[in-house]
Design a protein. Structure first.
Length: 496
C-alpha cells in the first residue's frame, strides 16, 4: 500500500506577521510598542488579529488577579491555533512572565517564549530564532504536533539586566499621531504591601536626562505635540543616580529640560507618589506652562490605619494638604486618583473615612479597585481578609460618589471654549473625532478627520458621563478648508 504523504506547510517568502495583545498599564503599552518597533525594523508586519499572525505575543500584567486570568485564558484558547498551524510562535511577555517564569509552560505546552520585564529588547532575537526553527520542522511535523512543543526548546528569560531601562527608547508612530508615552524610570523601591511591582519590575532604574530629551525631540520632529513621562513612581525619577541642582530634584530638572524642546505643546507624567511631591515639583506647575493642568495622585485609602498597613508613608491629612497646595499652584487643575477598597483589616469606619475624604476633595475622576491578594506580597498574608460581597458593596458605593463629582466637574465646562488636542476618530463613535483637554478630559466632536493631530478650541455643548461633546471653534478659513488649520496654535497654553 502506498504510504500517505505527510502534510506540508508552505510558507510565503514574505516576512512573518506578528500580533501583540497588551494587558494592564501604560507602561505595558509602551513596552509593547518597543517590541513592535524592534520587529517592524526587521521586516515583520503587525496585524490586528491573532488568526492572521505567525507570531503571537501577550504582554501581561500581574497587578490584579483578573489580569493574570485573562492572559492565561487567552493563551489557553490560542492552543487551537497551535494545533492547526504548528509554525506559529507563542510568547508571554512582561509582569506575569517575570513573576511566574517557567511555571507558565507546564499547562500551556505550545508556549515558546517567556520573557520578563528587563528583556523586552531581546524579544526580536528570540522570535527570529523560533521562526527559523519552526519553519524548519513544521513541514515534517505530525498533524497537531510540533517538536517545538517540547519544553527543552522553550526559552525563559527573566534575569535582571543592568541598563535595561535605557532600551525602551524607540517608537512606532501612526500617521498624524499627536501623543506619545516616554519611559523614564523602571522599577520601584516603595514596597507597598499590596503591590507586586517591585517583584515584577525590579528596583528603581532611571534613564539619563540627555537620552530622554533625545527621544522626546525626535518624537516632536515626527509630529508629536504631547508627551507623557512614564514610571512606576515617576516623580522619584533619578533620586539614586543624579544630584539635586539649585534645590531641584532630578525629576524637576527633567521636566525643565523637556519643557524647553521647541514644538512640544503639552507635557504630562504618570503615575506619581504623594511623597515625591516636594515644593520644587509643586512650583513647577506654577512656572512651566507646557505642564498640563492634570495630576493623577493615588490616594489608595482615606484611613491612616489602612495607609500605614499599606506602607504608603503619608497620612490622609498630608494628602489633603498636598491637594490644596497643588490647586493653589495652578488654577483649574484637575486631580484624579486611585483607591483600593476592601484592604485587609478595613472596617466600616475605615471605609467611611475614605468615602468622606473623597467627598471632601471632589476628584475629577477616580479608578476604584477591590483589593486583590497577590502572592508574595505582605498583604496577602495579613489577617482579616475582607469578603468579596463587602468589597463589591464598598466599590459600588464609592463609585456613586466619584461619578457625581466627575459629573459636576464636567458640567462646569458646558458653554465654555476648551483647548483640545485631536487624537483622531472616537473609538466608540467612529463618525466623530475625539481629543483631550489640558485637564485630560475626553471631548467628542464632529469635524474633518484632517484635524487629527491638531490643537483647536472646542465649545462644550453637552456633558454625558465622562465625555464632553462640543463644536470646534475654527478660524473662518479653516471651517471651509480644514487642511489650512495645520500649524494654527491656540493663544494660550494654560487654558482648560
Amino acid at each position: 500500500m502506498a504510504q500517505l504523504a505527510r502534510p506540508c506547510i508552505i510558507f510565503a517568502l514574505s516576512m512573518p506577521k506578528f500580533f501583540i495583545k497588551t494587558y494592564g498599564c501604560q507602561m505595558n503599552e509602551r513596552d509593547s510598542e518597543q517590541v513592535a518597533h524592534s520587529l517592524v525594523t526587521r521586516g515583520y508586519k503587525r496585524v490586528e488579529n491573532e488568526s492572521d499572525a505567525d507570531v503571537v505575543l501577550l504582554n501581561t500584567c500581574s497587578v490584579r488577579d483578573m489580569a493574570d486570568q485573562k492572559a492565561l485564558g487567552k493563551m489557553g484558547m490560542l492552543g487551537s491555533i497551535a494545533k492547526e498551524r504548528p509554525h506559529v510562535v507563542f510568547g508571554f511577555l512582561g509582569c506575569m512572565a517575570q513573576a511566574r517564569g517557567e511555571s507558565l509552560l507546564k499547562n500551556l505546552p505550545h508556549v515558546d517564549l517567556v520573557v520578563g520585564t528587563q528583556k523586552f529588547h531581546r524579544v526580536a532575537d528570540y522570535v527570529d530564532e523560533f521562526v527559523a526553527r519552526k519553519r524548519a520542522v513544521a513541514g515534517v511535523a505530525e498533524p497537531g504536533h510540533s517538536r517545538m512543543d517540547d519544553l527543552r526548546f522553550s526559552i525563559v528569560d527573566i534575569a535582571e539586566e543592568p541598563g535595561s531601562q535605557e532600551t525602551i527608547r524607540e517608537q512606532q508612530l501612526t500617521p498624524r499621531q499627536a501623543t506619545a508615552f516616554v519611559s523614564i524610570i523602571q522599577g520601584c523601591n516603595m514596597h507597598c504591601t499590596f503591590c507586586i511591582v517591585p517583584l515584577t519590575r525590579g528596583a528603581e532604574r532611571s534613564r539619563s536626562i540627555d537620552e530622554i530629551v533625545r527621544e522626546v525631540r525626535e518624537l516632536v520632529a515626527r509630529g508629536v505635540k504631547e508627551v507623557t513621562l512614564l514610571g512606576q513612581i515617576v516623580n522619584l525619577y533619578g533620586r539614586h543616580e543624579f544630584p539635586k541642582i539649585d534645590n531641584k530634584s532630578p525629576f524637576v530638572q527633567l521636566l525643565e529640560a523637556v519643557h524647553r524642546i521647541d514644538g512640544l505643546e503639552r507635557l504630562r507624567f504618570t503615575s506619581p507618589h504623594p511623597i515625591g511631591f516636594r515644593d520644587d515639583l509643586i512650583n513647577a506647575f506654577a512656572r512651566l506652562p507646557k505642564l498640563a493642568e492634570h495630576v493623577h495622585l493615588p490616594l489608595q485609602s482615606g484611613s491612616n490605619k489602612i495607609l500605614k498597613a499599606m506602607h504608603r508613608a503619608y497620612t490622609a491629612e498630608k494628602y489633603v494638604d498636598l491637594v490644596r497646595r497643588i490647586r493653589q499652584a495652578r488654577k483649574g487643575i484637575a486631580i484624579t486618583t486611585d483607591i483600593i477598597v476592601g484592604f485587609p483589616g478595613e472596617t466600616e469606619s475605615d471605609y467611611r473615612r475614605t468615602r468622606d475624604l473623597v467627598e471632601r476633595i471632589q476628584f475629577d475622576n477616580a479608578f476604584i479597585f477591590r483589593y486583590s491578594p497577590r502572592r508574595d506580597t505582605p498583604a496577602a498574608e495579613m489577617q482579616e481578609q475582607i469578603e468579596e460581597p463587602v468589597k463589591e458593596e464598598r466599590n459600588q458605593d464609592l463609585l456613586l460618589v466619584v461619578n457625581e463629582s466627575a459629573r459636576r466637574a464636567n458640567e462646569r465646562l458646558v458653554g465654555r471654549d476648551v483647548e483640545v488636542l485631536c487624537e483622531g476618530r472616537s473609538k466608540t463613535n467612529p463618525a466623530r473625532l475625539m481629543g483631550r483637554t489640558r485637564t485630560n478630559k475626553i471631548v467628542v466632536f464632529e469635524s474633518d478627520e484632517r484635524l487629527a493631530g491638531e490643537i483647536l478650541d472646542v465649545r462644550i455643548r453637552q456633558s454625558n458621563g465622562f465625555s464632553l461633546y462640543g463644536t470646534p471653534v475654527l478660524p473662518t478659513s479653516c471651517a471651509s478648508n480644514p487642511e489650512s488649520f495645520r500649524g494654527h496654535r491656540t493663544d494660550s497654553p494654560r487654558r482648560t
